[in-house]
Design a protein around this ligand. Structure first.
Ligand SMILES: [Zn+2]
Length: 179
């Protein structure tokens, strides 16, 4: 399982700090819900890619001594299973939706992100309504997608991901929307 956490630092600093980041304690197992401190269980490496640069980041893992399941703590500027940072993905979505020129070498990847994003727009709409920040619903999917991306950017991409995490048991850009 993946939990998202704001380490209070940006990508560059998180990368520099490596194992010295201020990793949180996990006081309840999200799998078996036992209330105890989970043990640190090493790190794994994963990519974090922006439009300019690629990083290898250390991701901290915990393990429950009761059910033996693991939990990873993902910094809030990343999305599970996506190598590009949230901000990069949202910027590309914005560019492709507003037709303001995208990197041709990334066309295929961006269309994948766009398809995934389109599947999430009603979830985004419902999330903002649930926190009393409703915005309008356009009948045209493309227009609604434009509105949604604008709302997310206005709110702050990373803040949006963190605050909407777990809403209706899912998260922004999760695969389950595609089912
Ligand atoms: Zn457990």
């Amino acid at each position: 399982m993946i939990l998202i956490h704001d380490f209070g630092v940006d990508l560059e600093t998180y990368h520099e700090l490596g194992k010295n980041n201020d990793f949180p304690m996990v006081e309840e197992c999200p799998h078996c819900h036992a209330k105890h401190s989970l043990h640190r269980h090493g790190f794994y490496e994963r990519n974090a890619i922006t439009a300019e640069k690629e990083y290898r980041l250390l991701i901290c893992r915990f393990r429950c001594s009761i059910c033996f399941q693991t939990v990873s703590i993902l910094p809030h500027f990343l999305l599970p299973y996506f190598q590009h940072t949230t901000r990069t993905i949202v910027q590309w979505l914005h560019d492709v939706l507003h037709q303001t020129g995208t990197n041709p070498s990334k066309r295929q990847l961006i269309s994948f992100y766009l398809r995934r994003f389109i599947q999430t727009i009603s979830w985004i709409y419902m999330y903002f309504a649930s926190v009393k920040k409703s915005f309008g619903w356009e009948r045209d999917t493309q227009q609604q997608a434009c509105r949604s991306i604008g709302k997310i950017q206005q709110w702050g991409e990373e803040r949006f991901v963190k605050e909407s995490w777990g809403y209706l048991s899912t998260y922004f850009m999760a695969h389950c929307f595609g089912r």
